[in-house]
Design a protein around this ligand. Structure first.
Ligand code: RUB
Length: 328
């Protein structure tokens, strides 16, 4: 157990928190499922006064939400669980957290399965598909198409500076899918050789903007210019109810040391190095979102929010983040 400010947080929960911060646990879907798992463990292992359970679990929720700022699947997961105990206390609240966390994980895995079936239908035999970064949702679509016997090939980017593209290349190769690994900067050279682009999603706003790994918007632009279809494969948990309520999406700014070395920075003190982790792709460049509900045109993003969360949930989520989680 690790000492929290008021409460003792189980070591496994601290591990998940550190794992998300350090990107050992990464990708918006996995982050969300891990956050739900952390809330479940925190509830299961709680040995304190049951009267204190609700503030304790809110404290854990607050710590989880603060790990990384961009993927909305994280607050969506936490909100899914925490919103269910708003009128509960003690043992009832504890049991509800455990049940809701399990429910969220199951729902999110089912969504992944369903969207892979829908996405695979868009892929024809012989297609060449470009992807960027490492997205579990994209890999599941590609794997489904491959398992259906479609002879596909993939062109995938390195995804600097953290090279998540290497994970994608390794995973696809292990499945047996032929994969060609390219530098990010060569995308425009290869875009005419692909039939479609599929990337993942960290957040989708109510007006259809896609926030995903930095470089996504350049690929979308190249795809648009060349008339190539550009899809994002995404579970419903990447849609942002808070954006409907006017909430901003914060683009994570990571350390320059992921881009250049400390020695290089010291040798070039006048150079400002920036490292944004995500970028924003406008709806005009997006053919559709491949979701568990179907293929959604970007302008219909708000309908997914309405259907899956309810339009009021955005206001509630923002309030919860701003007020209840304002625990220092
Ligand atoms: C990962 C990334 C992925 C989305 C979707 O960024 O941008 O495309 O998170 O992934 P990072 P998934 O490596 O910085 O977390 O489909 O697995 O949810």
């Amino acid at each position: 157990m690790v000492e929290g400010r008021h409460w003792r947080i189980p070591r496994e929960v601290e591990d998940i928190i550190d794992g998300i911060k350090s990107m050992r646990i990464r990708g918006a879907g996995k982050i969300a499922r891990s956050a739900a798992e952390a809330l479940k463990i925190a509830a299961l292992k709680y040995r304190g006064d049951l009267k204190e359970f609700t503030p304790y679990i809110n404290y854990v929720a607050h710590k989880l939400i603060r790990t990384r700022p961009t993927a909305v699947s994280l607050p969506n997961a936490v909100f899914y669980v925490i919103s269910r105990i708003k009128d509960l206390t003690g043992e009832d609240a504890r049991e509800t957290v455990i049940k809701a966390a399990d429910e969220f994980i199951t729902l999110s895995k089912k969504a992944l399965d369903r969207l892979s079936e829908i996405g695979a239908k868009l892929i024809k035999d012989g297609y060449v598909i470009m992807t960027h970064c490492h997205s579990t949702a994209v890999v599941s679509v590609l794997q489904k198409a491959w398992n259906q016997g479609k002879s596909i090939r993939v062109i995938n980017t390195e995804t600097r500076p953290k090279f998540q593209g290497r994970i994608t290349a390794r995973v696809l190769a292990s499945i047996g899918i032929p994969v060609t690994h390219i530098p990010d900067s060569s995308v425009r050279m290869f875009i005419n050789r692909v039939d479609m682009v599929i990337v993942g999603a960290d957040t989708i706003t109510s007006d259809g903007h896609l926030i995903n790994k930095v470089g996504t918007s350049l690929i979308a632009l190249a795809a648009w210019e060349s008339g190539t279809s550009f899809y994002s494969a995404t579970e419903f948990i990447k849609f942002s109810p808070a954006s409907f309520a006017g909430g901003d999406v914060i683009i994570e700014e990571r350390s320059p040391l992921e881009v250049v070395s400390e020695d290089w920075i010291k040798a070039n003190p006048k150079v400002n190095v920036l490292n944004p982790a995500f970028d924003v792709t406008p709806p005009e460049y997006i053919t559709g979102f491949i979701t568990d509900l179907g293929v959604i045109p970007p302008k219909a993003a708000v309908l997914v929010i309405k259907e899956m969360f309810g339009l009021e949930s955005g206001y509630m989520q923002l309030k919860l983040i701003e007020e209840e989680y304002a625990i220092e």
